[in-house]
Design a protein around this ligand. Structure first.
Ligand SMILES: Nc1ncnc2c1ncn2[C@@H]1O[C@H](COP(=O)(O)OP(=O)(O)OP(=O)(O)O)[C@@H](O)[C@H]1O
Length: 605
């Protein structure tokens, strides 16, 4: 640890810190020993008051207009956005005196605006405010923009699906999360306005602000009487900067956090779980998503490789891509013309679905349709009792995902959309939550669309599978249909089927692969090159069977054995065997294998 603190980098930093501190310390020493500090000079209090009032007005104007501007800058793109981004930083790059000059061209006494206000926009407190606002605005805008950019956009999606409209999301999500940075930016803006000299002196020499007063004192009586205004400015800056960096001690923050009220859990009223159907045709960037499916079951899973379009499909169903993406129905109800905030769908995104500044209870009751009793019921049901007052960072990964689920369910959604909800969790927690969700689906008749790339999770949590590949449906059907007869080698691989091999058809449905003859139910003509696949559990290893093989490897997984078997001419396949059926094979054994021809899928290569 100490090696990280010391060294040349620390030395360089210390040199600069010293350079910044020395003048202040020198000034303070001089001030302490001085007998003519200028505190009694007439005009000091008026100047301090003028600076204080004008800086407060300027900072308020910057806050009211700058925060929305920063939000827009953080969330927009294009030429206008880039130009605006440069413009708001310009006052930082421009010497303040030049800022004063450009302002004179707009509000000076002989301009149209100046004449409109009878020349009162200069040589007045209005002039001071105009100069200060121009020079100080970038401090808030830049801080707020970075803070808004750092807010996870998925939170906006979650808040929208929880029923919050745009303005409510801005106030209750973005502004709340960005508040500490905005507060710091605002204090800096106020300080910069308070200390503004160059633009002010050109636009409004009178009434004197503290910096102008200091310069006047310096010019007329020399340095001694400038000590008082400098000391005032230093003291104010120190207090404000201390305030800006102030953070309540953690223990106090925890104590002040509002406790979850004691609410009697109320079971949600039974919802008729209805199957979803969709016909989506939309373009996102360079990606074309064109998928249609009419589900028969209320529990479906969308399976596909990374980048296949799964999340976009889910976002289309949720309404997060707006209307016009295609038709979406829940049972007979049309959803696609309903705005996202009114669809009443629960949405659990891939990661980060929690608001960092809200406790578990506040998250669960955040939805506009959330019923506190139902929220309490789901928190209990999801084994979160006793954790209601915790913030997300005080919860484990599995607990966090359960809180996201509780928040999505507390509004009794008609359909729950789950985007790889457990992908970030490790295996035991993942299995536990999968089992829990499966129980909820059955007992509480939840309609769900689950996006996953894990075939086991898909099979656990859905009756029906929609396999998508490069934005198109590659296959759809019941879990059994899809697993038994994958439509293509690619689907087979997406289903996690390991024994996908090349071969060539011979007579009577027999295929030849690496010299092995495998009987199939295929009617493809002799000589057709094929890709074929057999599920590992259909490769039955024992003492009987039409093939003689060598057991190359045996992995004991507790509940099953995973064997690798090899044919004399080189073909190798994986075989899964339940422990209860094991025949005690070890690596090196010669065994026999039976493969039912009906279990071999064959595709033209
Ligand atoms: N906002 C966007 N702008 C442009 N392209 C996008 C946008 N969102 C997604 N895409 C592209 O659309 C394609 C599908 O993305 P999607 O997020 O739906 O994939 P996915 O199947 O969910 O993948 P993963 O399993 O990795 O999450 C990808 O090629 C992605 O780069």
């Amino acid at each position: 640890m100490s090696s990280r603190r010391s060294g040349p980098l620390a030395l360089l930093g210390a040199l600069l810190a010293l350079y910044l501190a020395v003048p202040v310390v020198a000034f303070l020493i001089r001030l302490a020993g001085s007998d003519q500090r200028g505190f009694g000079e007439s005009g000091l209090i008026d100047a301090a008051r003028t600076s204080g009032i004008s800086a407060t007005i300027s900072a308020s104007i910057v806050a009211i207009l700058g925060i929305p501007l920063a939000h827009w800058l953080a969330h927009s793109q294009g030429l206008l956005h880039r130009i605006a981004g440069v413009l708001v930083q310009l006052p930082l790059a421009l010497p303040p005196v030049m800022s004063g000059i450009v302002l004179v061209y707009v509000v000076g006494p002989y301009t149209w605006l100046g004449e409109l206000f009878d020349g009162r926009l200069t040589e007045s407190i209005a002039g001071v405010v105009i100069a200060q606002t121009f020079v100080a605005a970038p401090f808030l805008i830049i801080a707020a923009r970075s803070a808004f950019e750092a807010v996870d956009p998925q939170l906006d999606d979650v808040a929208a699906t929880l029923g919050h409209h745009r303005l409510a999301r801005f106030v209750r999500v973005d502004l709340r999360i960005a508040a500490p940075a905005i507060r710091a930016g605002l204090l800096l803006t106020w300080l910069r306005a308070l200390g503004e000299y160059g633009a002010t002196v050109l636009l409004a020499y009178h009434p004197y602000t503290l910096p102008v007063f200091t310069y006047v004192q310096f010019s007329s009586t020399g340095i001694p009487t400038t000590q008082a205004p400098t000391a005032v400015a230093l003291a104010v800056a120190a207090v404000v900067l201390l305030l800006a960096g102030f953070r309540m001690p953690r223990a106090l923050r925890t104590r002040l956090r509002r406790e979850a009220p004691a609410v009697e859990p109320v079971a949600p009223s039974a919802i008729d779980a209805r199957p979803v159907s969709f016909e989506i045709d939309t373009q996102v960037g360079g990606f074309h998503l064109q998928v249609a499916h009419a589900a028969h079951s209320p529990r479906i899973a969308v399976l596909g490789a990374s980048g296949a379009g799964k999340s976009l499909l889910l976002r289309s169903l949720a309404g997060l891509l707006g209307s016009g993406v295609g038709a979406v129905r829940l049972g007979d109800d049309r959803l696609d013309d309903v705005p996202v905030e009114q669809r009443r769908l629960g949405y659990v995104p891939q990661l980060h679905g929690l608001f960092p500044d809200r406790t578990a209870w506040q998250q669960a009751t955040f939805g506009t349709h959330a019923d506190p009793g139902v929220a309490a019921w789901w928190l209990e049901r999801l084994q979160l009792h006793g954790l209601q007052d915790r913030l997300p960072q005080e919860l484990s990964g599995g607990q966090r995902q359960r809180v996201v689920l509780a928040a999505a369910l507390a509004g009794s959604p008609r359909l729950l959309l789950l985007d790889e909800p457990f992908s970030a969790l490790d295996s035991p927690v993942r299995q536990e939550l999968t089992a829990l969700l499966r129980r909820l689906q059955r007992r509480d008749s939840l309609a769900t669309v689950l996006v996953t790339h894990d075939p086991v999770e898909a099979a656990m949590l859905a009756d029906e599978l929609v396999v998508i590949d490069q934005g198109r449906v590659a296959q759809a059907g019941t879990v059994r249909e899809v697993f038994d007869a994958p439509a293509s080698p690619r689907v087979a691989r997406l289903l996690g089927l390991v024994n996908v091999r090349r071969g060539e058809m011979a007579a009577d449905g027999v295929l030849i692969a690496d010299g092995a003859h495998i009987a199939t139910a295929s009617e493809l003509p002799t000589g057709t090159p094929v890709t074929w696949c057999v599920r590992p559990e259909c490769v039955v290893v024992g003492h009987a069977g039409e093939h003689e093989v060598t057991v190359a490897d045996v992995a004991d997984l507790g509940s099953e054995l995973r064997l690798e078997v090899q044919w004399p001419d080189g073909l190798d396949l994986q075989a899964h065997q339940l422990i209860s059926r094991r025949d005690g094979h070890v690596a090196g054994d010669v065994a026999r294998v039976h493969i039912d021809p009906a279990t071999v899928s064959v595709w033209r290569a």
